[in-house]
Design a binder for this molecule. Sequence first.
Ligand code: TXE
Length: 480
Amino acid sequence: MKIKNYINGEYVNPISNNWIENYNPSIGEVYGQLPDSNSQDVEIAYKAAETAFQSWSETTLDERSQILSKIAKLIIEKLPELAMAEAKDNGKPIHVAKSIDIPRASANFQFFANAITQFASEAHESVGQNAINFTLRQPIGVVGCISPWNLPLYLFTWKIAPAIAAGNCVVAKPSEITPMTAYLLGEILTEAGLPKGVLNIIHGLGTTTGQAIVEHPNIKAISFTGGTKTGVHIAKVAAPMFKKLSLELGGKNPAIIFSDCDYNEMLQTTVRSSFANQGQICLCGSRIFVEASIYQKFKTDFIAAVCKLKVGSPFNNNTDIGALVSKTHLNKVKSYVDNAEQYGGKVVFGGNLVAVESSENGYYLEPTIIEVNDNSCILNQEEIFGPVVTIMPFNEESEVLAMANDVSYGLSATLWTNDLKRTMRVSKQLDAGIVWVNTWLLRDLRTPFGGMKNSGVGREGGLEALRFFTEPKNICIKYN
Ligand code: TXE
């Protein structure tokens, strides 16, 4: 199975005719190839986007909205095929792809199909000066969207939908580790009648294809989701060209549990916030702080609940934890577990590789709980990004706040308490772009999404995304 680039509305081979192997992580085997695109392919994609821009930027909002809605509908029509492709490419349980990833990809298009019809800008009357100012929000031109492997179609569409809704043309690159659903999206774009060149999907490595997009002098904005190290690199390359940048990077999110919370709901949700998608979500709560008075009970109950999670093939409907995305990633995650003791932690549950029947070479790891007693340890400071969490007791609100914030990241935080005053006090002081109180990953697509500190710059979602993908121009008109 050969994946191709989607440029100017056509599937094409890479110029070099070089290919990269694509793995099925659930069995640890190569099952296809994807283009190893270079800067020439990026240039062709750029040219197609540039050519399409004038006409696309002048389409009516209604027309754009209808095409985006059509894409959303077609994604739902092809849900079984897309979910199967996502599970095979990424290792996630197929029921998760069916109920979360693919519906959300569709929702991203539908949301921005609606949002663009409601997008408005400001006007300012210069009182006493006989002048009126208004802000014209124009599309930027050709923009670059680069996405990661953990939620492949979900995060890819979260960028490209607002970009095209706002009237831009796009050169987009999905992760080379999970290219399949972005490839399949090409057919949907054609079927929905998206004009040629508006969205070009190009495959390849980050260091070549991704780098060529970021380096391209006429691609004027980059929306990136991925690792913090890559984000730092992209920021350095883009800064001298003054590109607009939206960077959604890693997280090391605290889950703070006070004894007055609704215990059962907290327990159930904490299992999910720890291990959903094999723990490979930047929003997972990977540092769990529990008030000392309920710590021992929590530890016992949490272990008992996690013990019930089934590690298995993504294609079994009763699988809770599928395969990790790649061998390299599995090795990275496992090395934290293997070195847990040296890092000051104690594995209290899990930690072993799992040999799944008839998929013995797949990349499976038990959900793992590590008890720590010092927030400054590596296990609490570095993003592990797998089915591994740490647990630790605390005594005081001020103490847990200090620990929650004592980390280089600032993406999200989860707070469990029924005390309203504490909710506000703690939420205001947390270094996080998103705080969930008594819930986790409850998403409203209108809200700003993104992080502080090393978790990135800029916000996606709702009007924030449409503002990012447009250039504000103030027009001042004097009258007598
Ligand atoms: O991500 P990369 P990796 C974290 C997680 C993980 C670590 C590394 O901790 O272990 O990052 O993962 C493209 N110019 N997250 O190495 O490399 C790349 O091709 C332009 C958190 O897999 O950042 C892919 O499309 N693009 C994260 C995308 O960047 C480049 C989700 C992301 O890959 C590039 C994933 C370059 N020089 C990992 N180098 C989250 N925030 O959710 C790479 N890319």
